[in-house]
Design a binder for this molecule. Structure first.
Ligand code: TRP
Ligand code: ZN
Length: 885
């Protein structure tokens, strides 16, 4: 460990003793030695000016070479300050003073991609969460808000474009071929929102006319070669701006909005004020290089970062324990945006799939933490699925409880009260409560308790009284003394013809139930609770937890017959999908039990019939929602299947999963082939709902058929590949081929490489398709991929596409019995730890799940963690190891 593994606690939060009135930065850029002059006007907060001993000013700083310190213009001697590895201490007199600190940094050597670094020869910054301290000494905490002015000086030829936050106020030429630009950001911001770019870039420009009649200049910067691929990002931005005005009444505040695409980036993108910096994966899109999923990703991330301008920047977080205040809320907003742009049910399915396959695992493993964590060593480790995705689910709970209008009222009050402030999740909740004059204190339980709540549901029908009682019991697996959650539970009642029933809520329960369209929302607030409905003359079909109205694990003993009925007849489209998934899961689990008892695999009639019905619907109806059907026909993924077991039998799960897919393909080959043919279309690529759905259905059918591996099918897959019509279809075909042992596989992979070797984002696909392959010898292939000349440990996208994909998606190969892949991953983590700790920590995650596997695998995985513990350098990896062991 190079740095101190200090634990930060929410309970120890103290406001800062000082206010920074203004920050004046000067960057003299050079690749290996950049000088940063930071002149701050600092004011001691009156309420906190106390005794001499507390006179001290403590600034954060890491990896900086301190050149000079001046107080009110006076150069300080070394006796005038104190420098440690992580801080600069001073004891200034007076209540207001000017402090100037000059530091030197080396952007070229910065492979951690935090602070100021170089990506493809361009300077860029990443300051969230605590990267600003790698640029200069500062109060690196989100509750210190300040006005920034930034002057950039650089060589004009190498770096013709110089950007920072806010407005350009001056620019010009200097001697020696250098030039400068001065930027001023009028909005107060925390330092994590600071950004700087200097490089050889060009921009796509457009304009946006706001609802209040201002014209905003929009610029997307990229390297010249990619300029034609920025149109989709620009359209996405314009859609997002319009949507936020219409849905939330929120308008953009500066005169320009800039986005810059860079190739080396630790995450998706960053919402720096007026100057978003993006992983190029979430900017560039072209039918020939990006898939439908990529297009959707660009639209969602562009919107997400734009939405942060209000939820994150104008109202920011008091401290990093409040991260979900901005991230949960902003993810919720981008989810709602995509739902409106595409299809609400389909978007909901995609989000629920991600939550249950990945966030549930995090919530049940060693990294389990509440959406408001109570402590951390390295903040970067808490940019998690829990803070983001579960956080968004919790925000959604408010909207479900209060209704869309009530939620909007809460948002309006939140901005009216807190614009310009750094606040907490309690402030958000209070605004929601006050605007609607309701008590939401019980929502606190969602913020402070880790783990996914379970909810047992029992229904009792009484034919004599024509009434039905529905009972609930909530519990947390890891915690017997939990405090009950407030759970809005959406439910619908149907008759056997699939018509909606509207039973009457029994009087005692009416305050906890509201009817909304065809759904009843039950407010569950107790550990055990019963609701009663009257006037139900026949036993109704129950459609439970509609739209996944809360992020819980619902336990209800559905019969196969009920599920088959709901999968076809539920009026709630999300629950039609959900019922098909539940039935598939029952089928998978029954066969896993057979496998373990050494009995033969059997395809059950209930699921087979449903599958046939769904394929036929896709084939016969022009009105059918093909995306919904395609997702309904897709088996629950292996990660979600793993979630169903405390002790996972890898071989059983994987072989049953494959067998089920193959047996369905065998039985319904003709139908699947017809669906495939029906969805073939000779039309120019468009990113729209109908085309996306059609391609999804076609490629779902192709994927089933590919498991048959007949010559005829392979020829068909090859044809689709050869047509090269758009990347969605090319990638789908290549994925199918990559799982087969055929000469066609190798020739297609070679062709793909030749064609795209100079397009990093497409080449990532070449790497990841091979890393995910089910072919024999894939582990050896992956080892050769990390030795490939185009592989690089310093590019996070490339690392994720090989190491991340293999260890997370290639379950059987990663968990090979001899533990060789575990040892390999540990080696990769160790290598990455020295280059990029943030990425190293992400790659470690699959090993952290060791407790779920058999004794032999547990030993193998754990011993890798132990040996890593002895060798790692970074806080990032150290913290995860400590939690795992
Ligand atoms: N705030 C960013 C987002 O949600 C996340 C982010 C981007 C980030 N880069 C980062 C977080 C680096 C930690 C470290 O859009
Ligand atoms: Zn975000």
């Amino acid at each position: 460990m190079t740095l101190e593994a200090k634990v930060n606690y929410l309970s120890e939060y103290q406001p800062c003793d000082f206010e920074v009135l203004s920050v004046n930065l000067l960057f003299e850029l050079s690749a290996s030695s950049t000088l940063v002059t930071n002149r701050m006007l600092i004011k001691r907060l009156a309420s906190r000016s106390v005794s001499e001993s507390e006179n001290k000013l403590k600034l954060n700083g890491e990896g900086l070479v301190l050149k000079s310190v001046r107080l009110n213009g006076q150069l300080l001697s070394e006796a005038g300050f104190q420098v440690t590895q992580e801080h600069l201490f001073l004891s200034p007199e007076g209540d207001e003073f000017e402090l100037e600190v000059v530091t030197e940094i080396n952007p070229q050597a910065n492979t951690a991609l935090e602070g100021l670094y170089l990506s493809s020869g361009n300077f860029c910054t990443q300051c969230e969460a605590e990267g600003f301290r790698r640029i200069t000494y500062f109060f690196d905490r989100p509750d210190v808000l300040s006005v920034y002015q930034t002057k950039i000086i650089a060589d004009k030829q190498a770096y013709p474009v110089l950007l920072s936050n806010g407005n350009l106020i001056e620019s010009g030429e200097l001697a020696d071929g250098r030039h400068f630009a001065i930027w001023h950001d009028p909005f107060k911001k925390p330092c994590y929102l600071f950004a700087l770019i200097a490089g050889d870039l060009v921009s796509l420009e457009d304009q946006y006319f706001t609802a209040d009649n201002r014209t905003i200049k929009l610029c997307i910067y990229t390297d010249p070669h990619h300029l034609p691929h920025c149109r989709h990002a620009m359209d996405s931005l314009i859609h997002a701006m319009r949507w936020d005005e219409q849905r939330f009444g929120l308008t953009y505040d500066l005169d320009t909005y800039m986005i810059v695409a860079v190739d080396d980036f630790n995450m998706g993108a960053m919402e720096n004020k007026g100057l978003n910096i993006f992983n190029s994966k979430y900017v560039l899109a072209d039918p020939q290089t990006a898939t439908d999923v990529d297009y959707e990703g660009v639209e969602a991330v562009i919107a997400h970062e734009y939405f942060h301008n209000w939820t994150g920047n104008r109202v920011t977080c008091r401290d990093w324990f409040q991260l979900t205040l901005k991230e949960g809320l902003t993810v919720f907003r981008d989810q709602e945006f995509t739902a409106d742009r595409l299809s609400p049910a389909v978007k909901r399915i995609e989000d629920v799939r991600r939550l249950r396959s990945h966030q549930f695992a995090e919530d049940a493993g060693p990294m389990s933490h509440p959406i408001q964590p109570q402590s951390y060593i390295e903040m970067n480790n808490f940019y998690t699925l829990t803070v983001y995705e579960k956080g968004a689910e919790v925000v959604r709970l408010y909207q479900t409880l209060l209704g869309k209008d009530g939620f909007r009222k809460g948002m309006d009050l939140y901005f009216a009260r807190h614009d310009g402030q750094a606040v907490t999740v309690e402030d958000f909740r209070q605004a929601m409560a006050d605007a609607n004059q309701v008590d939401l204190d019980q929502m606190q339980a969602w913020y402070v308790q880790a783990g996914t709540p379970h909810l047992k549901v029992k229904a009792e029908y009484n034919a004599v009284n024509a009434s039905i009682k529905i009972g609930f019991q909530q519990y947390l697996k890891a915690d017997n003394s939990f405090s009950p959650f407030l759970i809005p539970f959406k439910i619908g009642f149907l008759n056997d013809q699939g018509e909606t029933l509207y039973p009457e809520v029994a009087a005692d329960y009416s305050s906890a139930v509201k009817l909304e369209g065809q759904d009843y929302v039950l407010k569950i607030s107790q550990e055990n609770q019963v609701f009663e409905f009257n006037g139900v003359s026949d036993k109704p079909q129950l459609s439970l937890l509609r739209g996944f109205s809360a992020p819980i694990i619902m336990e209800y003993q559905y019969s196969e017959k009920q599920l088959a009925f709901l999968a076809c007849h539920d009026t709630d489209s999300f629950n039609r999908w959900e019922s098909a998934q539940r039935l598939a899961l029952m089928e998978l689990m029954a066969n896993i039990a057979r496998f373990q008892a050494q009995q033969a695999y059997q395809l059950g009639a209930a699921y087979a019939d449903l599958f046939e019905t769904l394929v036929s619907q896709a084939l016969n109806s022009d009105q059918a929602d093909l995306a919904l059907l395609a997702y309904s026909l897709t088996l629950p993924d292996l990660n979600y299947l793993i979630e169903q077991y405390d002790a996972v039998d890898i071989e059983a799960l994987v072989s049953v999963h494959q067998q089920m897919k193959k047996s369905l393909a065998q039985k319904y080959e003709t139908l699947l082939f017809e669906v495939y043919q029906k969805c073939l279309a000779d039309q120019a690529y468009r990113y729209d709902k109908q085309q996306i759905a059609q391609r999804l259905m076609k490629n779902t059918a192709l994927s089933y058929l590919s498991s048959l591996a007949t010559d005829q099918i392979i020829t068909r897959i090859k044809q689709q590949y050869d047509q090269q019509s758009n990347m969605t279809d090319i990638q789908a075909a290549l994925q199918c081929l990559s799982n087969l042992t055929s000469p066609q596989t190798d020739s297609a992979l070679a062709h793909f490489y030749d064609k795209y070797q100079d397009e990093p984002l497409v080449l990532d696909k070449w790497f990841s398709i091979q890393a995910a392959s089910h072919r024999e010898g894939v582990f050896e292939t992956v080892q050769t991929l990390t030795a490939h000349p185009k592989f690089s440990y310093s590019n996070p996208n490339r690392v994720r596409s090989v190491i991340g994909v293999f260890c997370r998606q290639n379950i059987l190969a990663f968990h090979r019995k001899d533990g060789a892949a575990y040892a390999w991953l540990a080696e990769q983590v160790l290598k990455l730890d020295e280059i990029n700790p943030q990425v190293a920590a992400r790659m470690l995650v699959p090993l952290m799940q060791w407790r779920r596997f058999d004794a032999k695998r547990q030993d193998l995985m754990r011993s890798e963690l132990i040996s890593l513990m002895a060798n790692v350098q970074s806080k990032d990896v150290y913290e995860l190891l400590e939690k795992s062991l």
